[in-house]
Design a protein around this ligand. Structure first.
Ligand code: FAD
Ligand code: LAC
Ligand code: ZN
Length: 493
């Protein structure tokens, strides 16, 4: 068995000869943003960063790495929250997709667009909009994350309720297998039942089975009417009743339903004092929902939505509420949602989780998990929020003030939260994936058959375990290259 660092310099030299010096960065001082992720929780200097410009270059580069058994970690916008895109060993080569960022085509009648993996999500969304269409994936990181990263993590976001996760937005895919073979089926077919749907191998598998290089994305009609409302209630149970009511009445017009709890507003205020306008009006309430309704045609939604919200007041489900009266008003609501995430990042080390439970269990789940966390670490702050219309809650934990031992508590807090999730038959990862962070907790829960099958697929596609090694699960002693030599400490999500 070869030593993983044997021949690394030769590998990099061969990559340089093929990709040119522009295509290969090997000096640590040139690697800033490739070394450190958005959260700042993950940092690792790779042996090199390669930046292919074309699928053929990706293919050739992978062949070189595979032949020499050099480990590759694909990287998009580096906004993933489970440590998957950061080199965790010094011998790894980061493969950045950023130079493959073209929008190849858009078909307004077929409602599809072909986009390269390195295209930033916001750029793809803007392009679709300029063409009179709509690409619905929407998340706080959309200004930085890339289509390839969204596909590899099967990203969710705030409009899943109406449009589904990334998996349901991918019609076709181009990707490179670990042996360098190119899989290309970018046909924009809505129906195609011809055997194994190979593109699914690459969606949500976090770069472990191949590198996504381009995709045909499903577009929708551009929303013509978008109404946004902020609704506050006495408790989370009422907010969930409100969800049931609005979903029943508004059906498909309901495009987002986000829960926020009081700490979320306080956090947003830390970054923007303008937010106090909203906060002061609603600060006495224990639960808030940011609700969006949209339609691509038909009559103006506002009178109807205003009536629905008024009915919710009459039923006692809402205690304070504002239907946005202008685009800037609605922007302010969404800004609170974004700022509260940013403010947590600025606070430094904290625990991020990304769990789901059945929608009907959300209220008791949040009550129970909050109690359990407070018992595990008295004085900590639970920040519960998220896409409750999909049963997906981020139960984050901020350390008590002036507390220095938080790193040492992360394992216990994660275990506490996940145990409560288990009690509700939930999932420990609803949208961010497993990466490295959740690997051990995932391993505790996965069934033997499921794990065996995943390993079998990984071994048959990547027998040398060169691609994204150690992400999602470890390949054990049966692997061609033996067990991984470095054990990672679980880090915060
Ligand atoms: P990266 O972080 O670069 O990579 C993520 C994983 O995919 C890694 O394992 C990497 O190796 C692999 N990968 C990347 N590109 C490729 C490729 N081309 N081929 C193969 N593998 C690849 N997620 C949600 O689901 N919903 C949210 O609402 C949401 N909100 C967020 C808000 C903020 C502020 C932040 C920072 C993150 C949020 N996320 C959310 C996390 C989310 O997973 C990412 O933002 C996004 O999908 C990752 O894209 P990326 O390009 O940054 O990928
Ligand atoms: C969110 C991300 C963190 O929903 O998933 O804010
Ligand atoms: Zn989320």
């Amino acid at each position: 068995m070869s030593n993983p660092t044997d021949g690394l310099a030769e590998t990099i030299a061969e990559l340089e000869a093929y990709l040119g010096t522009e295509g290969v960065l090997s000096r640590p001082q040139d690697m800033g943003r490739y070394r450190r992720d958005w959260s700042g929780d993950y940092e690792g200097t790779p042996a090199a960063v390669i930046r292919p410009r074309h699928v053929s270059e990706v293919s050739e580069a992978i062949k070189i790495c595979n032949r020499r058994e050099a480990e590759i970690v694909p990287q998009g916008g580096h906004t993933g929250l489970v440590g998957g895109a950061t080199a965790d060993r010094a011998n790894q080569i980061v493969l950045s997709l950023e130079k493959m960022d073209r929008i190849r085509s858009l078909d307004p009648l077929g409602m599809s667009m072909v986009v390269e993996a390195g295209c930033v999500l916001q750029t793809a969304k803007d392009y679709a909009e300029r063409s009179g269409c709509f690409f619905p994936l929407s998340l706080g990181a959309q200004g930085s994350c890339q289509i390839g990263g969204n596909i590899s993590t099967n990203a969710g976001g705030v409009n899943v309720l109406r449009y589904g996760m990334m998996r349901s937005l991918v019609l076709g895919l181009e990707a490179v297998f670990p042996d360098g073979r190119i899989y290309s089926d970018l046909r924009a077919l809505r129906k195609n039942n011809t055997g194994l749907d190979l593109k699914q191998l690459f969606i949500g598998t976090e770069g472990t089975l191949g590198i996504v290089t381009a995709a045909t994305l499903k577009l929708y009609s551009k929303p013509r009417w978008v109404e946004t409302a902020w609704v506050s209630a006495d408790n989370i149970a009422d907010i969930m009743q409100l969800f049931g009511y609005l979903r029943g009445e508004a059906g498909d017009f309901l495009s987002a339903f986000e829960l926020m709890t009081p700490p979320c507003l306080d956090l947003a205020l830390e970054l923007d004092s303008g937010v106090s306008l909203v906060r002061n009006e609603v600060k006495h309430f224990a639960a808030h929902a940011l609700v969006e309704f949209s339609s691509s045609g038909g009559p103006d939604l506002k009178p109807w939505i205003t009536e629905l919200i008024a009915n919710a007041f009459e039923q006692g489900l809402a205690k304070a509420g504002i239907v946005a009266q202008s685009a800037s008003h609605s922007k302010m609501f969404w800004r609170i949602r974004e700022l509260m995430v940013e403010a947590q990042q600025k606070r430094g080390l904290h625990l991020r989780t990304d769990v789901s439970v059945p929608i009907s269990s959300i209220s008791p789940f949040i009550a129970k998990v909050t109690q359990a966390v407070e018992k595990t670490l008295p004085g900590s702050l639970v920040v519960a929020y998220g896409h409750v219309g999909d049963g997906n809650i981020h139960v984050n934990v901020l350390p008590p003030e002036d507390f220095n031992g938080f790193q040492g508590k992360l394992g216990a807090l994660t275990a506490t939260i996940n145990e409560v999730v288990d009690g509700f038959d939930g999932s420990i990862s609803a949208e961010h994936g497993i990466g490295i962070t959740k690997r051990e907790e995932f391993a505790k829960r996965i069934g033997e058959t499921h794990l065996d099958m995943m390993k079998m697929i990984k071994r048959s596609i990547d027998p040398k375990n060169v691609l994204s090694p150690g992400r999602i699960f470890r390949i054990g002693p049966n692997s061609a290259r033996g067990p991984q030599s470095v054990e990672m400490d679980p880090r915060p999500e």
